[in-house]
Design a protein around this ligand. Structure first.
Ligand code: MN3
Length: 197
């Protein structure tokens, strides 16, 4: 049975950028709901319960058709949110980029600022709900990409940064202003976690 992971910070710790009420709802209600529905889907399939969630999400074709959509949506939702909480950190406690990390970003995007512009453009261009990702490929190649709904980004490489652009992630504080939400999130990135290089 999957359970809700504990956060390493309190719900109000990301204020003023992400408000406590959004964090509480997002973690306790939205994330919990993905977990509950994933557990229900897997109830009758102990052989799938024994596998790692990543394994199921990468090989959805091995998941019985009756629960494939549920595993894709709710399993993806659980994986994505568990990942998301970890790449956030309270403002001013945030790690800064290491020299190696800065070099990697520079090599791929020119500068941290240019990376942020590109990432934000991708977030604004993404239609509807989904996730914006920074993916690490082989040879230290970094790629910005997006997925719809709760789809995971494993086909392109391994995600090192992922931002939830579902409206439930920002609507209480930012309403329709996704751009302001993305700007706010850049103040909360746990770079030490993202670029463990
Ligand atoms: Mn969400």
């Amino acid at each position: 049975m999957y359970t809700l992971p504990k956060l390493s910070y309190t719900y109000d710790a990301l204020e003023p950028h992400i408000d406590a009420e959004t964090m509480r709802l997002h973690h306790l209600k939205h994330h919990q709901s993905y977990i509950d529905k994933l557990n229900v889907a897997l109830e009758k399939f102990p052989e799938l319960q024994a596998k790692k969630l990543e394994e199921l999400l990468i090989n959805l074709e091995v998941v019985p058709e009756a629960i494939r959509t549920a595993v894709r949506n709710h399993g993806g939702g659980h994986w994505n949110h568990s990942f998301f909480w970890k790449i956030l950190t309270p403002p001013n406690q945030g790690s800064t980029l290491t020299e190696k990390g800065r070099t990697l970003i520079k090599k791929n995007f020119g500068s941290l600022e240019e990376f942020q512009v590109k990432f934000k453009d991708t977030a604004l261009a993404h239609f509807g709900s989904g996730w914006i990702w920074l993916i690490k490929k082989t040879n230290n190649l970094l790629l910005i990409t997006s997925t719809a709904n709760q789809d995971v980004p494993f086909t392109e490489g391994w995600p090192i940064l992922g931002i939830d652009v579902w409206e439930h992630a920002y609507y209480l504080k930012y309403q329709n202003r996704r751009a302001d939400y993305i700007d706010a999130l850049f103040k909360l990135i746990n770079w030490k976690q993202v670029l463990t290089v």
